[in-house]
Design a binder for this molecule. Structure first.
Ligand SMILES: *[C@@H]1O[C@H](CO)[C@@H](O)[C@H](O)[C@H]1NC(C)=O
Ligand SMILES: *[C@@H]1O[C@H](CO)[C@@H](O)[C@H](O)[C@H]1NC(C)=O
Ligand SMILES: *[C@@H]1O[C@H](CO)[C@@H](O)[C@H](O)[C@H]1NC(C)=O
Ligand SMILES: *[C@@H]1O[C@H](CO)[C@@H](O)[C@H](O)[C@H]1NC(C)=O
Ligand SMILES: *[C@@H]1O[C@H](CO)[C@@H](O)[C@H](O)[C@H]1NC(C)=O
Ligand SMILES: *[C@@H]1O[C@H](CO)[C@@H](O)[C@H](O)[C@H]1NC(C)=O
Ligand SMILES: *[C@@H]1O[C@H](CO)[C@@H](O)[C@H](O)[C@H]1NC(C)=O
Length: 197
């Protein structure tokens, strides 16, 4: 998806990343994960992107989702799995949890995602679903260890920064970089405090 309104300056992208790392959302075990976005190409790619109920792909997908769910206690917050062996019905999938969430939050998110994803995007052969806490993705085409930059998404962090001085410090803009500081207007930089990529 290339629907970014404009190209973003490097520094703004960096700011978004920092925002993501410093997300302060209180995540308590038991809350449903916070859904951010679903990439659901079940219509845009025509009916060939969907699978039929009870088809081999559907069964493999169920196997995949249950494998992801039962391995949601992975100590590294990541797991990939392949269900089925005969083309074209193989289902490839993985989950990854945000680096700073606890094992319990990761487990809950993945278990929830495995059930929620097919409700959010029924019948699609490939889906990526983002929550605050984890990401789950599957496809009929293997995507493991393949860099994919075709889809980009910018999401707002609705929280306000409490101290813009220390925030700018964290961005490394105060020391040694002050001469470049005005490359973006302050309002834009503050706006970026609300965002992450
Ligand atoms: C995956 O599904 C698409 C339709 O969405 C199909 O065109 C493609 O051939 C399939 N690829 C494999 C490897 O099965
Ligand atoms: C799929 O299988 C389920 C359970 O076996 C059955 O209830 C349902 O009617 C089937 N759906 C189709 C479209 O065959
Ligand atoms: C994860 O869960 C599986 C099945 O529930 C269990 O067999 C395994 O020991 C667990 N692993 C860890 C690291 O807790
Ligand atoms: C997980 O991904 C790696 C590549 O990153 C691949 O070699 C491996 O076969 C995958 N494992 C499963 C169970 O699909
Ligand atoms: C595609 O997904 C949407 C939800 O994202 C759902 O409302 C729609 O019924 C799905 N289309 C098909 C063909 O399953
Ligand atoms: C952020 O600040 C604006 C302006 O002061 C205020 O309207 C808004 O409610 C604040 N948002 C949060 C999440 O505190
Ligand atoms: C904001 O952060 C700066 C640098 O960390 C600190 O010196 C200042 O006292 C803080 N201001 C407030 C209002 O907390």
């Amino acid at each position: 998806m290339d629907n970014l309104p404009h190209k973003m300056p490097r520094k703004a992208l960096f700011a978004f990343t920092i925002c993501f790392l410093s997300l302060m959302i209180q995540i308590t075990k038991g809350d449903d994960p916070n859904l951010l976005y679903v990439e659901c190409p079940n219509v845009t790619l025509s009916t060939t992107s969907t699978y039929a109920a009870n088809s081999t792909y559907h069964k493999n997908l169920n196997t995949l989702l249950s494998a992801l769910s039962s391995n949601s206690n992975s100590s590294i917050g990541f797991y990939n799995f392949t269900a089925g062996s005969s083309s074209p019905d193989v289902a490839y999938g993985l989950f990854i949890c945000r680096g700073d969430v606890s094992a319990a939050v990761c487990r809950d998110c993945v278990a929830y995602a495995a059930g929620d994803v097919v409700k959010q995007c029924p019948r699609s052969k490939r889906v990526t679903i983002w929550y605050d806490e984890c990401i789950l993705r599957y496809s009929n085409v293997s995507f493991f260890s393949i860099l994919d930059t075709s889809f980009r998404l910018i999401l707002r962090n609705p929280q306000n920064v409490t101290n813009s001085t220390s925030f700018r410090d964290a961005l490394g803009e105060e020391k040694g970089e002050s001469h470049r500081k005005s490359s973006l207007p302050l309002s834009f930089r503050l706006e970026s405090l609300f965002c992450f990529s």
